[in-house]
Design a protein around this ligand. Structure first.
Ligand code: ATP
Length: 281
């Protein structure tokens, strides 16, 4: 049975804790030829949270994100987005779901021949029928929302710094006011201050817009500072998902070395520093 936009946006299983599940991945298996990358993987993402998704290189984080976005086929299992079983949805339902999703691919992936404003307007042109003046107004609004100055809107990607490209790509991901945003290593390639600013921007957007954020990252700072929950991919499935405390308590060797290793300890020490400073004054 087909559902209208209202139904698509409001549905989603509510779990035992009363949390709304906006993305539910059940028993999903993905492979290429004889190589199995994901094997009966399960994952839930809750409305309004920032979920950090980590795992060793090559474990399948990008494959999972692309599978959830319908860009790669899965051999078995179900994927429900905003309460809609994507595989069994009608074309209209899929389009309504797609409109509620924003994606920031690794390296920004802006079209180099288009200005920032034109890049932001691409999803608007694809899904909506709006007059140019309104699309311009909306594009400037998104540019401001991600902390870029208005003159950045008329620049081409080659005229922007790495941090500005990430912000412009985020503005494009926000073009249709999505419910759920996928970010693939959003802080990679940024210096620590740029990365921290970007993390703060994501947290602010979540708080003000009520976004749900699914963030693939290797950045320990992001995991410690902005993620509400973390899911760890390993052995073709989600090894553990939960809070930082759950990560510290997990006895899987990779999770232990990642969250209790030297780098993690220095990040924790650094995260605690501002509090110590405040206490001194
Ligand atoms: N289109 C494809 N065809 C064949 N194999 C693929 C394809 N895409 C990914 N793979 C394989 O799937 C595995 C997982 O790749 P993926 O890019 O998802 O890893 P990742 O966890 O995102 O790694 P990283 O952290 O380095 O980005 C790798 O062995 C990769 O070679």
């Amino acid at each position: 049975m087909e559902k209208g936009l209202e139904a698509v946006m409001q549905e989603g299983e509510v779990n035992a804790d009363g949390r709304q599940v906006v993305l539910s991945v059940r028993d999903v298996t993905v492979g290429f030829g004889s190589q199995l990358v994901l094997d009966h993987l399960n994952l839930d993402v809750y409305r309004g949270e920032i979920l950090g998704f980590v795992g060793a290189s090559g474990t399948g984080k990008s494959v999972l994100m692309r599978t959830v976005l319908g860009l790669l086929p899965h051999r078995s299992g179900t994927i429900e987005i905003l309460g809609v079983d994507y595989d069994n949805a009608s074309e209209e339902e899929r389009m309504l779901v797609d409109m509620r999703l924003g994606v920031l691919f690794q390296h920004g992936a802006l079209f180099s021949a288009l200005t920032v404003k034109e890049n932001i307007q691409l999803p608007m042109r694809e899904y909506l029928d709006l007059p140019q003046s309104l699309m311009d107004e909306l594009a400037y609004l998104k540019v401001e929302m991600v902390g870029l100055s208005p003159d950045a809107a008329d620049k081409y990607p080659s005229e922007l710094s790495g941090g500005m490209i990430k912000r412009a790509a985020l503005a494009r991901a926000l073009a249709l006011d999505p419910d759920l945003v996928f970010l693939d290593e959003p802080t990679s390639g940024l210096d620590p201050i740029g990365a921290a600013d970007f993390d703060a921007l994501i947290a602010k957007l979540r708080d003000t817009l009520g976004l749900t954020v699914y963030m693939v990252t290797h950045d320990l700072d992001s995991l410690f500072s902005v993620c509400d929950r973390i899911a760890v991919l390993g052995q073709k499935r989600v090894l553990v998902e939960g809070t930082l405390e759950d990560m510290f308590a997990c006895d899987d060797p990779w999770v232990q070395s990642y969250f209790r290793g030297k780098r993690a300890r220095s990040v924790v020490a650094h995260e605690k520093q501002p509090t110590a400073e405040v206490e001194k004054t």
